[in-house]
Design a protein around this ligand. Sequence first.
Ligand code: SDX
Length: 361
Amino acid sequence: MSDGLEDVVAANTVLSEVDGQRGQLIIRGHSLDELAGRARFEDVARILFDGFFDDLPADVAPALGAARAEVFGEVAALDTGLLDRTPIEAMRALTARLADGDDLPTALRLLAAPAVFTAAVIRAQGGHAPVAPDPALSHAADTLRMLHGRAPGKAEADALDTYLVTVCDHGLNASTFTARVIASTRAGLTSAVLGGIGALKGPLHGGAPGPVIEMLDEIGEPANARAWIEAALARGDRLMGFGHRIYRVRDPRADALKAAVRRLDDGSNVRPGRVAFAEAVEAAALAILKAHKPDRALDTNVEFYTALLLEALDFPPSAFTCVFAMGRVAGWVAHAREQVAGGRLIRPQSVYVGPAPLKAA
Ligand code: SDX
């Protein structure tokens, strides 16, 4: 048995390749640096969906804008019970109100849902009325507008677009595999996405970026980094934002997102000195992890600079995983459709190690 299914190939896919030795990510034949900072999220979602929906328009932006407006109607269900939940639990609950299906309208509603519901939940939990979508805006720009109640600057919208593109798909990670398992039973796209949200929530997976901010805030200044990190490792804690099941070198997304933070670092969005401080903490963490685990390549992963980028865009750390879902939902839907198109029911074997029956059958 492979613990955690490590190195087990569970599917062939045309959607993305994660090369852990060379530190490369390919999305449907495009390298990450061709897409991040260059393509809109809706255009990359279309690249992922191409071939999996017969009626896919050349430009999905208008239909995605209409889908945002459509799913906004579910926000009325944001009752006080949901307001007491974490943002991802509330977003998951609202997404569960969407009907299941396998068609493009269902897919576009699911593509819209994490953005619309997360913005509404954050505003409602802050005592502010949700802001209805503007279908004419890009997905990233409208997301920030629904969150802050004002049109974002181009640099802010571009930064969120870069993030959503960078995290939209990443091979058979835990949440995508979950979505494929659910899709393999023919349960429908909404069920597959709900499973993906559930898996993404965990701190070993998509739940890591929020705790990166907590780590930076607890360290406070570069001089404290070594002692704080040593103490964390001595407690057996994992350093959030470091290590990866596949990458044995630096996650290429870390530099794509660090570049996006630097483009925002004009004093208005990024706190002065914040990037330099994060770099100092990163350097200390990499050095200590190398000494702590010399036989295991533990490098910076996607979540470390995700934290700085989403902080700069004024998302609360408690909602960082929701923003991850805004991008990854494109991959979950595409993988679900790929599984239905060519895959069988996913049902692995297990070895029974429990007690023998008391008497022979
Ligand atoms: C994502 O799969 C994907 O593609 C995921 C993702 C995506 O786009 O979908 O890339 C997104 O999930 C990124 C990872 C976000 N999570 C974190 O940043 C949490 C911190 N990282 C770790 O928990 C860990 O690195 C994992 C979970 C990401 C990967 O762990 P593995 O492959 O299961 O390896 P492991 O837990 O068996 O660790 C091997 C050794 C262990 O030492 P021992 O117990 O054998 O002595 O390395 C150590 C671990 O303790 N280790 C760490 C560490 N990561 C691994 N020690 C300290 N800090 C860490 N971050």
